[in-house]
Design a protein around this ligand. Structure first.
Ligand SMILES: NC(=O)c1ccc[n+]([C@@H]2O[C@H](COP(=O)([O-])OP(=O)(O)OC[C@H]3O[C@@H](n4cnc5c(N)ncnc54)[C@H](O)[C@@H]3O)[C@@H](O)[C@H]2O)c1
Length: 317
């Protein structure tokens, strides 16, 4: 018999959080979504509001919260550079104070807790692809540090609560993920290219487009998070979750133009100094311990994402 679990999702009105809430409800759980709508939106969860097993709480997790749940997914944190650099002090706060509040809650109510960490903990890596035991190369005083170091400190807190208070923790290091409900103006390559193609504007590639990236579809990522949460207690992570299949930026632009059937042309601009040549996760650990690997092809995921952006374009953007 499936036992209904009570699950708290912080950042549940965001891109990934909303997909996670949906999937947890589909699996028969009771879901509490907590969000302060900094980058998230009611639009992302409006279809869940009438579900009697879904509750929405407007709350900033840098302040304490008390609810009774069995599991906590800590997803709250702006994820794209333009959003997390907008208020960098708040970005560090949500990672440090927010994590302390959620870990304190998990300790009091004896809940399992999962942290949405990031590939950015590896910084500007000198090892490709990055396995979980690579310690990273992070600048602690740059404009990205609020996010990178904030997430690193959150991981430290998770592991100290685990060692000191025997908390049941799970740490997922998420790599570049895309899909419907991404913020259309978040400045990331997938949303940029799709919006430019839908508007028929030129698609801007920095450099010659031969740099590679890998893209994980949201449903695959959510599947990995749930497998990690459901894994035996001794599996704490950190575990990389992402799609290792690489595409050049030029291939991505051409594919988006084809799928949108757009008249956009590609233009080239000079490469920013910190643009990495390659970003690719090593997911062998997730394969071994979670039996997880992404299943959705870029073309299929892009079609669904394009359909979403096309739907909201006229209404909200
Ligand atoms: N999308 C990716 O490619 C990616 C990659 C690596 C890590 N992650 C991590 O996954 C998580 C979700 O990312 P996303 O892409 O869905 O981003 P998102 O910005 O869409 O979602 C973050 C959510 O957290 C909420 N939030 C922010 N500060 C809050 C606060 N103080 N209190 C309550 N809610 C708050 C926002 O309003 C938003 O709904 C983040 O922690 C992010 O760092 C995402």
């Amino acid at each position: 018999m499936h036992l209904k679990k009570r699950v708290l999702v912080t950042g549940g009105a965001g891109f990934l959080g909303s997909h996670l809430c949906e999937r947890l409800l589909d699996e028969g759980n009771d879901v509490i979504c907590v969000d302060n709508f900094y980058t998230g939106s009611k639009r992302n969860i409006v279809h869940l509001i009438d579900n009697p097993y879904f509750e929405l709480i407007r709350h900033d997790i840098t302040f304490p919260l008390y609810v009774e749940v069995d599991e906590i997914y800590n997803m709250a944190c702006p994820a794209s550079p333009i959003h997390y650099q907008n208020d960098p002090v708040q970005t560090t706060k949500v990672n440090v104070h927010g994590s302390i509040n959620m870990l304190g809650l998990a300790k009091r109510i004896k809940a399992r807790i999962l942290q949405a960490s990031t590939s950015e903990v590896y910084g500007d890596p000198s090892v490709h692809p990055q396995p979980e035991n690579y310690l990273g190369n992070v600048n602690c005083i740059g404009p990205r540090s609020c996010y990178d170091e904030g997430k690193r400190c959150a991981e430290t807190l998770f592991f100290d609560y685990h060692r000191q208070h025997r908390l049941k923790i799970k740490v997922a290091r998420i790599f570049n993920t895309y899909g419907p409900r991404m913020h259309p103006n978040d400045g990331r390559v997938v949303s940029n290219f799709i919006m430019q193609a839908l508007r028929g504007e030129p698609i801007t590639i920095y450099g010659d487009g031969s740099q590679t990236r890998s893209f994980c579809y949201a449903d695959d990522l959510v599947d990995g998070l749930i497998r990690l949460m459901n894994s035996p207690d001794e599996i704490t992570g950190p575990v990389n979750l992402g799609n290792p299949v690489e595409f050049t930026i030029l291939e991505l632009a051409e594919l988006v133009i084809k799928l949108v059937n757009s008249k956009s042309r590609i233009i080239f601009s000079s490469l920013p100094q910190d643009d990495p040549r390659q970003r690719k996760p090593d997911i062998s650990l997730a394969g071994n311990i979670l039996k997880w690997e992404p299943a959705i092809k870029l073309e299929d995921g892009l079609k669904k994402t394009i359909e979403y952006f096309n739907g909201i374009r006229t209404k909200y953007v």
